[in-house]
Ligand binder design. Structure first.
Ligand code: HGA
Length: 610
């Protein structure tokens, strides 16, 4: 979603801002802009479309300055127009970039209009610019004006503000949206994501909810929600530049699909090194937190929700504990019945997913004290709000369609299931050793599945002209069918639905004809015979089947039935291996259709708005 970058330095910061915005492109956006303080003038350039178009315009105008802010916008309030693009400026004197949604913008707009402010955009953001300007004109300095303004806002925001009267400072604030400060030598930065400033500094402070901060060239002062000076820890980011570059790949999604053997082995390293599952994997007080747990509630959105569904099968079958899995944006708005002895597990790649964060807050408000976050970004908001954490080590995921984050979440959740089983006396040493052995061999099986790419590419040509597709799976592979359908619709825009194969006859079979390709996840498990019957139902209606099955299953191709064989059945970890072909299928169908694989239309990474 929206990205923010800002810099104050003794050098021209425009290249820093542009590079930062390019690194934020992966979050998804529709327009971009910069505002800089140049020799007593506030200059701005904004464009709809790509950062490179905005960069060209900035170059043409000879934009150069030592203080500035930049933004990539993913519109929530007001259409995708240049007037709605950020930065927003008040009276030509003060510029603001904003990530989030201001919920009381209508009331503030009316009030500011009465005070003589004219609005140029349809955004909620513009009220922030005028509100800060208003307080500045009442005699407050920039920091106090921002603090006064945010006290009058409801909703979520990360903002950065610069003003003509303040050529030596920038003020930033956050509530509900990520924002961090980067510390350089005689220069300082702000960004919504560390990748935006990694070329300038690795030393970062993650601002906390309600924080404001004042950045000058020589220092940074942070203030807590109460307005008092606050100490915040300085972290050294280990995000690798290589993970932000494409290297030999055509798309980040392709690169990230192929990084999965490494991402998985990094994520399970601690389990393999310890040769055991155990609460210590989840934090210092995990033994105590997990001790009295009698059930699990998983909260997540999108692909992470599907990872949660797989975990639901594992937790009930391996640990013998009841597990419910719920979409975070639904849970947060219903009258849920809390179970104080249930562990609440949230899953979010970015750790900033707003709906998941709010669901976690709601669960805590209901009395859930035992909370665990599965997350890929250290120090992000959701793990910080949770008592326990398991960090996946997928590395930066740039493609909007999640791939390696999903499979690493699955291995993390498998570890949760096995640890709970052990704590509840349901994991004997032989089974534990077998599960660890399966994990040890998993990267190899995933690599084997990746080697199927040429066969899957051949299939993709047949899918490309289709308007619809159906994905089927049963049991623990049903969520993989859901994930396959989601990947296909996200990046190829083919309408795809997933069903548990046994459900076909209860409705969706009506859709099946020769134009409806049906993808089936059919591993060699105890449900294979049932799935075969479901496939017969499809064939009998003229539907064409595309089946992923294991090397050792006895299921072969026939008229209207295409088969690709994944590696030998890997037992309980089979859903992870079967994820690879559906990712590759979506990727190659999208390539064949010529869509923008890494930045699918209308979608964004790190969904930090409701
Ligand atoms: N509400 C603002 C910013 C939107 C946003 O943060 N998107 O991720 C707008 O619509 O401009």
């Amino acid at each position: 979603m929206c990205g923010i970058v800002g810099a104050i330095a003794d050098r021209d910061v425009v290249p820093v801002l542009v590079e930062g915005l390019k690194r934020l492109e992966y979050r998804g956006y529709d327009s971009a802009g910069l505002a800089v303080l140049d020799d007593g003038r506030l200059r701005r350039v904004r464009r709809t479309g790509r950062v490179s178009e905005m960069e060209a315009a900035a170059r043409e105008q000879g934009l150069a300055a030592s203080l500035g802010i930049g933004h990539t916008r993913w519109a929530t309030h007001g259409g995708v127009t240049e007037d709605n693009a950020h930065p927003h400026i008040s009276f030509g004197e003060l510029a603001v970039v904003h990530n989030g949604i201001i919920e009381n913008h209508d009331a503030q707009r009316a009030r500011l209009q009465d005070a003589g402010y004219a609005f140029e955009s349809e955004t909620d953001t513009e009220v922030i610019a005028h509100l800060v300007h208003f307080h500045r004109k009442q005699g407050l300095d920039l920091l106090a004006a921002v603090q006064a303004a945010v006290r009058e806002l409801t909703g979520a925001y990360a903002i950065a503000v610069v003003g003509l009267d303040d050529p030596d400072r920038m003020v930033v604030a956050r509530m509900g949206c990520p924002l961090l400060v980067g510390l350089g030598e005689s220069e300082n930065f702000v960004a919504s994501d560390v990748s935006a400033i990694i070329q300038a500094t690795r030393r970062v402070i993650f601002l906390e909810e309600g924080d404001t901060a004042e950045l000058t060239r020589d220092g940074v002062r942070v203030f807590g929600e109460d307005g008092q000076a606050a100490e915040r820890e300085v972290h050294v980011s280990d995000v690798s530049l290589a993970s932000l570059e494409l290297g030999p790949y055509s798309h980040f999604m392709q690169k990230e699909i192929h990084e999965q053997p490494r991402a998985i082995s990094d994520t399970i390293e601690a389990v393999i090194d310890n040769d055991a599952f155990g609460p210590e994997l989840f934090g210092a007080d995990a033994a105590e937190v997990l001790a009295g747990i009698e059930g699990i509630k998983i909260l997540a959105c999108g692909t992470s929700y599907y990872a949660g569904l797989v975990a639901g099968y594992w937790i009930e079958s391996i640990a013998g504990l009841p597990c419910s899995v719920e979409i975070a944006s639904e849970y947060r708005y219903r009258d849920a019945v809390p179970h104080p002895r249930h562990l609440v597990v949230t899953i979010s790649q970015s750790g900033e997913t707003l709906d998941t964060m709010e669901a976690l807050k709601y669960a805590k408000s209901l009395g859930h004290e035992a909370t665990l976050s599965i997350c890929n970004v250290p120090e992000s908001a959701i793990p910080r709000a949770s008592r326990l954490v398991y960090y996946t080590r997928a590395g930066a995921e740039i493609g909007v369609a999640s791939t390696k984050a999903f499979t690493t979440q699955l291995v993390a959740l498998f570890t949760v299931a096995c640890t709970l089983a052990k704590l509840h006396g349901r994991l004997d040493p032989e089974t534990e050793a077998a599960h660890i052995d399966a994990l040890r061999h998993l990267p190899g099986s995933v690599q084997h599945a990746l080697n199927l790419e040429p066969q899957i590419t051949a299939w993709s040509e047949r899918f490309a002209p289709k308007a619809n597709a159906l994905f089927l799976g049963r049991g623990v592979h049903y969520p993989i069918a859901l994930e396959g359908a989601l990947k296909l619709k996200e990046i190829s825009y083919i309408h795809a639905e997933a069903y548990p194969a046994g459900e076909l006859k209860h409705g969706p079979l009506a859709l099946v004809d020769a134009d409806m390709p049906v993808v089936v996840i059919a591993p060699n498990d105890r449900l294979l015979e049932k799935v075969k019957s479901n496939m017969q139902e499809v064939r009998a209606r003229g539907g064409e089947l595309y089946v992923f099955t294991d090397a050792d299953s006895e299921f072969g191709p026939s008229e209207g039935v295409h088969v690709i064989r994944t590696p030998r059945h890997v037992g309980v970890l089979s859903p992870i291996v079967h994820t690879i072909p559906v990712q590759l299928l979506a990727y190659h169908v999208a390539l064949a259709r010529g869509t923008d694989v890494d930045k699918p239309r209308n979608l964004a990474k790190s969904v930090t708005v409701e």
